[in-house]
Design a protein around this ligand. Structure first.
Ligand code: C2E
Ligand code: MG
Ligand code: MG
Ligand code: MG
Length: 316
């Protein structure tokens, strides 16, 4: 009993000793200010048809424009936000900014579907569907122009609770995507429970297809570690191909869109395309960037083709 009673202050004390943790405590304390001062902004990464190079959508990715620390990526603040009372205000701001950007692109002649990442905890909020509907109406946007990306690992743990919210969102006509597909324990179980419209092939599988074109050495011998996320497991090339192939097959059978993430080089794009993957995103097509920069990219177009970010692939 004694130990239990004392454990909390001890933990807080220990946490505050480690400079990295002190740092995170400080950041957590600044979240309310960050939300109210609009320090969170969105960058948008183009999503293109792999064959034509035409942009069909954009994923909104949050950044924290911190007054003293510069621009922070979600890895530095997302888990803090998710455990804070600021999450719903953050999610509301992200939805508003994403749909404002989509309306701006549409007014300039580019009717893109905008994808927004939604934390599992936001799905516990029964008012989310109503909130989404209100934002869509405010921007005169068709519901299917919005896609909500759900992380499968998180979604599954609370499937019963989020079922209703997801069904309501789906009934509104909003698209639902399973993010990081293939990395969770029960991707297929989740699929049978959630009204999903799109699968996003996780970057780790795409990364494993790097540098190989079609001749990547002995099957299964090579493995590539994600440089951005070195903690993630390396994936063997043969496994990566198998995952992409079956995800594409699953997409065809269940009539779902399939989007590959993290495409950095043309050989990856070509191989994904040859495996039947229709669409993708990654630095090859463009990094996450402010909404107006993306509009500039679309307006200039690749090789004079408005709305394209890459030349069409020639059949091999
Ligand atoms: P995600 O949804 O899987 O997003 C893809 C991540 O891959 C992004 O990282 C993006 O910048 C990065 N990326 C894009 N192209 C490439 C590439 O060619 N190579 C490599 N190595 N990486 C690429 P980012 O922006 O750091 O976001 C990380 C995660 O944070 C996202 O993963 C998403 O789960 C989460 N996130 C981002 N914005 C939001 C948000 O507004 N709300 C919520 N709830 N989560 C968000
Ligand atoms: Mg995503
Ligand atoms: Mg993803
Ligand atoms: Mg991913």
């Amino acid at each position: 009993y004694q130990a239990k009673r004392n454990s909390r202050p001890l933990v807080a004390y220990t946490l505050a000793q480690d400079p990295a943790d002190r740092d995170r405590l400080a950041l957590a304390g600044q979240l309310p200010r960050a939300v109210s001062q609009r320090e969170f902004i969105l960058h948008f990464q183009p999503i293109a048809e792999l064959g034509s190079g035409q942009v069909i959508g954009a994923e909104a990715l949050a950044r924290w424009r911190h007054p003293t620390r510069g621009e922070l990526s979600p890895g530095a603040f997302l888990d803090l936000l998710e455990r804070s009372t600021q999450l719903s205000a953050f999610t509301a701001a992200v939805l508003e900014d994403a749909l404002a950007a989509a309306a701006m692109w549409r007014a300039a002649g580019h009717d893109l579907r905008v994808s927004v990442n939604i934390s599992a905890r936001s799905l516990l909020d029964a008012s989310l569907p109503r909130q989404v509907l209100t934002v869509l109406e405010a921007h005169h946007t068709r519901p299917d122009r919005l896609c909500l990306e759900l992380t499968e690992t998180l979604a599954i743990s609370q499937l019963d609770t989020v079922d209703q919210v997801l069904t309501q969102l789906h009934d509104i006509g909003v698209q639902l995507a399973l993010d990081d597909f293939g990395t969770g324990f029960s991707s297929l179980a989740v699929l049978s429970r959630i009204p999903v419209d799109q699968l996003k092939v996780d970057r780790s599988f795409v990364q494993a297809l790097a540098d190989l074109g079609d001749s990547g050495g002995p099957a299964g011998a090579a493995a590539v570690v994600d440089p951005v996320d070195p903690g993630s497991d390396a994936v063997a090339i043969s496994q990566a191909k198998a995952v992409v192939r079956s995800t594409v097959q699953l997409g065809r059978t269940l009539d779902l869109g399939v989007v590959a993430e993290g495409i950095e080089a043309t050989p990856q794009r070509r191989l994904l395309w040859e495996l039947g993957c229709p669409a993708g995103q990654g630095h090859l097509f463009g990094p996450p960037q402010p909404a107006d920069e993306l509009l500039g990219l679309l307006t200039r177009g690749e090789g004079g083709r408005a709305g394209a970010v890459a030349a069409p692939l020639a059949p091999s």
